[in-house]
Ligand binder design. Structure first.
Ligand code: NAD
Ligand code: UGA
Length: 479
């Protein structure tokens, strides 16, 4: 690095965050060479695929950016050692899932990938390197990273030691999937935490290429790490809050959309993030809250832990509530019944299914003997097989029967799938589901036919003269 100018960035982790984030930095900083590296060869070759529809991450606007800068100042590679050694700045953007075993299993974040990155950086980097935590990390992780980096310096041969130095910054990412490019190009804020003003300014300068100065916030490193977990926890608790009220609406005759509008117009509450749904999904809300729960317990604050634990428990309960309700409405048995699932991604405009509410709901319905026909515009059938631990079969396959609860059928033509369907369940808010011709659907379904709308997509007026039963999340007026 010369004159405090960053010329070469390496991002470790070419996932939902690393890929889009680096694409946007590369777009606005053409003078910086950016290499996104990953151990996953398939992922890297998908990022390099000529056919842009094969990119590993689907995000509106992403393919267009990739098409203009890939091979110019944005590169995807498996040559981790080479690109770490050339970089002035390294973003760590690897996965931090919940630990599955050992101390903190089921709650704490598994930092093995982050730790491995720190070790790789400590081995291969040269000169002064700014290491940026982009992954979501438990508060005080920077201490661990710094420790690994500093220890490597003390172990390095004397002549190399002078040359190898590090700054560690926290720069959590707040993008949402489905709107990642918009969020990156016009962020509400960019958060940079650290204790070295010079390093903070160097990273800020990159963002200031397109983000207004007042939106670039500087904090100490621990506040930055904790603010990321807190932001996700606050967002998720709003969804659990509105979904808890949805259940109450259904039993009292109130309508959760009306309640949300009424409370959301109070500027202190605000109107966003009040859509009742089948429950929050996505790779982060659950894991980040559980991480917060773990930290609270670790630091001796059990009441704080219980408070946040409740947000996750409500979400789990709500998903189960929806599957139970479907079984009850269909006379207590789904055995051999044809149920169409519209939407499998955890939200619209993404191909991501991690923690999607559809997974639990579909599993429950299959367990009850339902024959599931599943549609999603972007999720690959192979992913659905993995998520449901079930086989994809043809609708004429002999294995289509209620005894076999580990098979499912892919919907290619939505209207064709409605033939003889007992129920249609809307689980993801894809735009295309809002223009379904319900009159046509009604002519094809078996009677009694049910529509279960867990996303409030269906316009109730479109069902007015159709003899279909309708349930909508949080709508007590339908009872
Ligand atoms: P991801 O699983 O899509 O991608 C992570 C990538 O890192 C994988 O491709 C994996 O192969 C790679 N990797 C792991 N260890 C590596 C190593 N040592 N060397 C090279 N590559 C390695 O994860 P993601 O969704 O991009 O999330 C990354 C981080 O960002 C997580 O901490 C997450 O909590 C956070 N985050 C995610 C989102 C989101 O919308 N997905 C938003 C904000 C923050
Ligand atoms: C969320 C946060 O919004 C991002 O700021 C954060 O960076 C990211 O997590 C992360 O750290 O991974 P994301 O999970 O991609 O982003 O998507 P959201 O739009 O937050 O939706 C999460 C879930 O909540 C989805 O299942 C969505 O359908 C659901 N949701 C959202 C509702 O049920 N109701 C709402 O009103 C809003």
């Amino acid at each position: 690095m010369s004159n405090n100018e960053i010329k070469n960035i390496c991002c470790i982790g070419a996932g939902y965050v690393g890929g889009p984030t680096m694409a946007v930095i590369a777009k606005y900083c053409p003078e910086i060479q950016i290499n996104v590296v990953d151990t996953n060869k398939e992922r890297i070759s998908a990022w390099n695929h000529k056919e842009l529809s094969n990119l590993p991450v689907y995000e509106p606007g992403l393919a267009q950016i990739i098409s203009t800068i890939r091979g110019k100042n944005l590169h995807f590679s498996c040559e981790i050692q080479k690109h770490i050694s050339e970089a002035d700045m390294i973003f760590i953007s690897v996965n931090t899932p919940t630990k599955t075993k050992g101390i903190g299993a089921g709650e704490a974040s598994d930092l093995k990938w982050v730790e491995l990155c720190a070790r790789q950086v400590s081995h291969y980097s040269k000169g002064h390197t700014i290491v940026v935590e982009k992954s979501t990390l438990p508060v005080r992780t920077a201490e661990v990273i710094k420790n690994i980096l500093d220890n490597s310096v003390s172990q390095t041969k004397k002549d190399e030691r002078i040359a190898k130095t590090f700054d560690v910054l926290s720069n959590p990412e707040f993008l949402s999937e489905g709107t990642a490019i918009r969020d990156l190009e016009s962020p509400d804020r960019v958060l940079i935490g650290g204790d070295n003003k010079k390093a903070i300014n160097i990273l800020s300068k990159i963002y200031l290429s397109w983000v207004p100065k007042h939106k670039v916030l500087h904090t100490n490193i621990w506040s930055s790490e904790l603010a990321k977990l807190t932001a996700n926890a606050f967002l998720a608790q709003r969804i659990s809050a509105i979904n808890s009220i949805a259940a109450l609406c259904e039993t009292t005759g109130a309508d959760v959309r009306e309640v949300a509008r009424a409370i959301g117009s109070d500027t202190r509450i605000g109107e966003k993030f009040l859509d009742s749904s089948p429950g929050f999904g996505g790779s982060c809300f659950k894991k980040d809250i559980l991480n917060l729960v773990y930290l609270a317990k670790y630091f001796g604050l059990p009441q704080v832990a219980d408070f946040w634990q409740g947000v996750v428990e409500l979400n789990n309960w709500h998903q189960k509530r929806i599957s139970k309700l479907i079984v009850n409405k269909l006379f207590g048995t789904l055995s051999g019944k044809k149920i169409i699932i519209l939407g499998f991604a955890f939200k619209a405009n993404t191909n991501d299914t991690r923690e999607s509410a559809a997974i639990q709901i579909c599993k429950d319905l299959m367990q009850e003997g339902a024959i599931l026909h599943i549609h999603d515009p972007k999720v690959q059938s192979s992913q659905i097989c993995i998520d449901l631990n079930a086989n994809l079969i043809d609708e004429n396959d002999q294995r289509v029967n209620s005894e076999n609860n580990n098979v499912w059928i892919e919907v290619k033509d939505i209207y064709h799938s409605f033939i003889d369907a007992d129920a249609i369940v809307l689980l993801t808010n894809w735009e295309e589901y809002s223009s379904i011709n319900w009159e046509l659907a009604s002519t094809k379904m078996r009677r009694p036919g049910w529509i279960f709308d867990a996303r409030s997509i269906v316009n109730q007026e479109d069902l007015a003269n159709l003899d279909l039963n309708f349930w909508r999340v949080g709508d007590g007026s339908l009872n």
